[in-house]
Design a protein around this ligand. Structure first.
Ligand SMILES: NC(=O)c1ccc[n+]([C@@H]2O[C@H](COP(=O)([O-])OP(=O)(O)OC[C@H]3O[C@@H](n4cnc5c(N)ncnc54)[C@H](OP(=O)(O)O)[C@@H]3O)[C@@H](O)[C@H]2O)c1
Length: 299
């Protein structure tokens, strides 16, 4: 561990640095859970909104000096360096635990991990697999990577922001990688739902009815995902084929045709045709959709 962690007999004081849309939502969840919080934001307006709700620091140094667990939610890791790579801030952080929560690529997490260890600061990297509306909810996931001991030490406090506070490993970039797995599911779902809405609107279908039905569509996806899990873990895509990739390709081609007829932009349906065509061309046509797991990894 980079610095000697400061033991706490009582509730550790938490600091939240960066009170943008996400940072302020995280801070409110921590306050709601009754933890002892001090906040700081570069711009004073966002900072002042917390006056009367919790302690407010005038400087990043003051926030870091007051707390034992320092959470950061800046727009980027560069913004993090701009605030934290300062002699007084580094002194205030020495021996404490810092958690970077903003979105990043794995290399940035590694670079930050090196910087913290050079400066005697304990470090967990965190990635938020949700939008602000779901912060604090039981099913919400936030990934953490770094030393297990640090995660265990602060799990109770971290849980106030997400019911499924999830440790993904010691490798410091593991949380970043987990975030991209989440974003795969998230973007496929949200982009697909918006395309469906646009298709309904362009073809005169009832949008209200469409949105009433989307929960059932998502349930369909959920049931597919649980069958994918079994097939992928067994590496078996032929014993029980729910939907063959040949069938997926046929459906996607029809959708591309209907998209053209409706006068919609073709990127969404064309991409689906491209994905399924690639799988079929590689000889996976009779296998279940789950076999895309292999196709995506094929050289
Ligand atoms: N919003 C979401 O749905 C969501 C979901 C998952 C993850 N995230 C991630 O969470 C992070 C924050 O997102 P957000 O939505 O809260 O963004 P935001 O509303 O734009 O807030 C950005 C924050 O970064 C601070 N900041 C920017 N540059 C700075 C600098 N050079 N020095 C110090 N502070 C600086 C801003 O302070 P000022 O007020 O002083 O400008 C503000 O507190 C991002 O990495 C984002 O990808 C967001």
């Amino acid at each position: 561990m980079a610095g000697e962690p400061q033991p706490h007999q009582t509730e550790p004081k938490i600091a939240m640095l960066g009170l943008g849309t996400m940072g302020s939502t995280l801070a409110n969840a921590i306050i709601k859970a009754g933890h002892d919080l001090i906040v700081w934001n570069r711009g004073s307006e966002r900072r002042e909104r917390f006056r009367g709700k919790c302690a407010v620091a005038e400087t990043a140094v003051a926030a870091c000096e007051a707390a034992e667990l320092i959470l950061c939610c800046f727009s980027s890791y560069d913004a993090g360096f701009a605030t934290l790579d300062d002699v007084d801030v580094k002194r205030a952080l020495h021996g404490k635990t810092l958690v970077m929560m903003g979105t990043a690529v794995p290399e940035e997490a590694v670079k930050f991990g090196t910087w913290t260890s050079e400066n005697g600061i304990n470090y967990l990297d965190a990635k938020i697999a949700t939008t602000p509306a779901q912060i604090g909810a039981e099913m919400t996931v936030i990934f953490y990577s770094g030393l297990r001991e640090l995660f265990d030490r602060y799990e109770t406090q971290l849980k106030s922001m997400a019911g499924r506070t999830t440790y993904v490993g010691e490798k410091i970039d593991a949380a970043c990688l987990g975030d991209f797995a989440f974003l795969s599911v998230y973007w496929a779902g949200v982009v697909g739902s918006l395309y469906g809405a646009a298709f309904c609107a362009a073809t005169g279908l009832d949008l209200e009815q469409y949105f009433d039905l989307t929960k059932s569509f998502i349930q369909e996806v959920e049931s597919q995902i649980s069958s994918f899990r079994t097939m992928i873990l067994n590496r078996d895509y032929t014993s029980e084929v729910h939907v063959a990739l040949d069938t997926d390709l046929g459906g996607a081609k029809l959708m591309a045709k209907a998209t053209k007829a409706a006068g919609l932009q073709g990127q969404f349906s064309n991409t689906l045709v491209e994905i399924f065509q690639n799988a079929v061309d590689r000889g996976y046509g009779l296998k279940d959709t789950a076999a895309l797991f292999e196709v995506f990894q094929a050289k």
